[in-house]
Design a protein around this ligand. Sequence first.
Ligand code: PGA
Length: 257
Amino acid sequence: MKKLIVANWKMNPQTLKEARELFNGVSKYAKKIRNSKIVVCPPFVYLGFFSKNQILFLGAQDVFWENPPAGGGSYTGEISAKMLKNLGVKYVIVGHSECRQLGETDEIINKKIKQALKNKIKVIFCVGELKRDEGGEYLQFVKDEIIKGLDRIPAKLFKNLVITYEPVWAISSSAKSDKAQFNADTPENAREMAIYAKRVLVSVFGRIARNVPVLYGGSVDAKNAASFLNKEGIGGLLVGRTSWNAKTFGELLKNIS
Ligand code: PGA
């Protein structure tokens, strides 16, 4: 099965010109890749410009949890699953820790996942602990996130579900200077967590959930990407900062091909 490599641009870049350059640059590198599917998730405002690309799959970074009723959608500032679908969006990230930190609850995440799946958009559902404690409480934390996020979602929709294990402490951050700090999990731990997430899924939702891919995210770069993907049970990668530059992301793609 092909690995899934997801580029999360977050709130970057700041101009359409740069976004086009980045997208076209990534496209060029991606053209040569056979063993992976590459999903690029730009900010909403750029999505419409990239609808026609044949090489990359288009993803969004968020979706609203309600479709507009017949009378129209009175939700200022929100973007519906139908709008995304109309632009050729195939994937959406839901439950990213940066959205959770801004107030997104498990309940909201659950509604967003339902809405996206109902509209046949594949969901990249992010879970991950804030810190890893020696007593193993983080395992329960991740389990709760999975169960609450998927509450009462028919398992037959899981064919369009992808889980990303992304420990929050491992996400790259900017230090006070401009230099980013990378602090990835070890591939071995990530593998264990991927197996754990799958076990939780199967125990709660049944065997139908066994095919849900589990990705790893958090400080993935060109150097460490292959070591994660070589672990059995890791179905792909969610890449933030390294994907904001066509050259560094291209290098990553080269190293895993
Ligand atoms: P990072 O971000 O690769 O910069 O750590 C990953 C993410 O937050 O999705």
